[in-house]
Design a protein around this ligand. Structure first.
Ligand code: ZN
Length: 182
């Protein structure tokens, strides 16, 4: 077996302290469950809101928005972009589980800003198959929030498109900045 400076010496998935990262999560869950008591909620979000956000690890949605367990649906992906699958989740959220408001959150320093659609081409060259999905890369985070709001507002599947607001979360200050939809 060869090693290089760029290859970690630990086994794949390992973290310091022993065990894999998943082992650590499972251990944490056992502590969580030990202190957990059934809050007796049903599946409908208390605040009737769905939040669509980037998967970025620096964005703690519940803390950043003062959300409690059971308050909202959170739908996350790379970029927080409004894909067909996000529309699928929002449609179920509104039609089956009673949400009425949609909050879209992008953030500063998003990885999607440094990618282009060349990513798909490069993937195809590497693996011999072009992904069916778009990368949804963007240059201007504000414009991407605007077009995301537009995608939600114009979806024929959604029941409630009057309360759709978009924001950019600043990962340095923790503050949300609202984006004017026009
Ligand atoms: Zn991001």
């Amino acid at each position: 077996m060869t090693t290089s400076a760029s290859v970690p010496t630990e086994p794949e998935g390992a973290i310091s302290g022993g065990g894999t990262v998943t082992d650590r999560l499972v251990d944490a869950n056992e502590r969580y469950a030990a202190a957990f008591s059934d809050p007796g909620m049903d599946a409908r979000p208390v605040l009737q809101v769905a939040v669509v956000a980037c998967m970025d690890a620096r964005l703690d949605l519940h803390d950043a928005l003062g959300l409690e367990l059971g308050d909202c649906h959170t739908i996350r992906n790379a970029g927080g972009v409004v894909t067909d699958d996000v529309i699928r989740s929002l449609t179920i959220s509104q039609r089956a589980l009673g949400t009425r408001s949609v909050v879209l959150i992008h953030h500063t320093g998003c990885g999607l800003e440094s990618l282009t659609e060349d990513f798909r081409h490069d993937l195809e060259m590497e693996v011999g198959q072009r992904p069916a999905w778009a990368v949804e890369a963007f240059r201007d985070v504000e414009q991407d929030v605007r077009q995301s709001m537009q995608r939600v507002r114009t979806s024929p599947f959604l029941l409630h498109t009057d309360d759709v607001r978009g924001f950019v979360f600043d990962v340095k200050t923790g503050l949300l900045r609202e984006i004017d939809p026009t």
